[in-house]
Design a protein around this ligand. Structure first.
Ligand SMILES: [Zn+2]
Length: 352
């Protein structure tokens, strides 16, 4: 996210909070519930260059969010119960579902003890190549290459270009530009080729990120054994599904479910599209997820759930707890539905 966009988002959240507009808007925008998303939960680090920091929150912040939710008049429920309420059209108390993506080890170390203490059910979406130790966490490769070098050469449209990145400011700038460019590539294969080439030339061990950061199958089995935990599918290779051929979309979804069933003995009924924005998951992916028989599938399109989502169970919105906005007052505005209503122009369902 650019600095300007960050300022606007934060400014909007502040304005809504301090004007109390989110209270007035509640009857129109609150919907029936919310699915929250988390990635890393771990103590803060001192590094100046942390371009992926938006994907992490601190244990203290999670504790404050969960304590607030427990004090609020909401039900904390799992995805099967959410699915039941949506399909049966039950409108009771508003609900919140917790979801954690990717299966990072800090889920077990830091998030789980907090969620367990407060008896909060939660879903883990697992890309099976991560515990299989074959995953490519390409955004961390890009971070590592830029962090460890003062000058980086990138192959752009077949032409090698050099970028200076000796200072923190230059590193941040280069990361933002390179990330945006990688995400704009037409296919996942092109993106992976660039990142593999970078890792090779700058001696970054791609597979090591899985070992260092992601849970093993044994660790996942510990969590899966807890009735609070639902295991969801998140494809095999964590690909942007809209950027791979239809056959691969199908096998990525189906294989990940089969591998999780073989490894953990539970067949996932719920799916999360990797990355999850409209460039990564659209109508074709929603259709295939439905054909494969998933009960629900979540995007990262921001929004709360309305009764109308009953007809869009394979394209559900979520609200991300963002590392750059770790303030309880922002979470209150987000969970109220007011912020996402404004961002979405008061459009309730976005499944196109
Ligand atoms: Zn993910």
């Amino acid at each position: 996210m650019t600095g300007l966009k960050k300022t606007i988002v934060r400014g909007g959240l502040e304005t809504l909070y301090f004007s109390a507009a989110h209270h007035l808007m509640r009857p129109f925008v609150a919907g029936i519930g919310v699915i929250l998303t988390l990635h890393h939960v771990r103590p803060p680090r001192a590094d100046q260059f942390q371009p992926n920091r938006l994907l992490e929150v601190t244990p203290d912040f999670l504790e404050s969010v969960v304590s607030w939710l427990r004090r609020s008049r909401v039900d904390l429920i799992d995805l099967d119960e959410m699915h039941r309420r949506l399909t049966e059209g039950e409108v009771g108390r508003r609900f919140v579902c917790m979801t954690l993506d990717d299966g990072y080890r800090d889920t077990l170390q830091f998030a789980y003890p907090i969620l367990k203490k407060h008896q909060v059910p939660f879903t883990l979406y697992i890309p099976t190549s991560f515990p299989d130790r074959l995953g490519e966490l390409w955004w961390l490769v890009l971070e590592a290459v830029i962090a460890r070098n003062d000058r980086v050469r990138l192959l752009i449209d077949g032409e090698e270009q050099a970028f200076e990145c000796a200072t923190v400011a230059d590193k941040r700038h280069l990361f933002d530009e390179a990330y945006r460019w990688l995400r704009s590539l037409r296919t996942e294969a092109e993106l992976r080729a660039v990142v593999r080439d970078l890792a090779y030339r700058y001696q970054v061990d791609i597979a090591a990120f899985c070992d260092d950061l992601c849970m093993s199958w044994d660790e996942l089995a510990k969590l899966a054994a807890d009735p609070l935990v639902t295991i969801g599918a998140h494809t095999v290779n964590h690909v942007m599904l809209a950027k791979v051929p239809e056959k691969s979309v199908r096998s990525e979804m189906d294989m990940s479910r089969a591998v999780i069933e073989a490894a953990l003995g539970v067949r996932p009924r719920h799916l999360a599209y990797p990355v999850g924005d409209p460039t990564s998951a659209g109508p074709r992916e929603f259709r295939i997820a439905a054909e494969l028989g998933f009960n629900t599938a979540v995007t990262t399109r921001p929004g709360v759930l309305f009764r109308a989502h009953r007809a869009h169970l394979l394209a559900l919105p979520r609200i991300s707890l963002h590392g750059e906005h770790q303030q309880l007052r922002y979470v209150r505005v987000l969970v109220s539905g007011a912020a996402t209503a404004l961002w979405n122009g008061f459009c309730r369902v976005n499944a196109a």
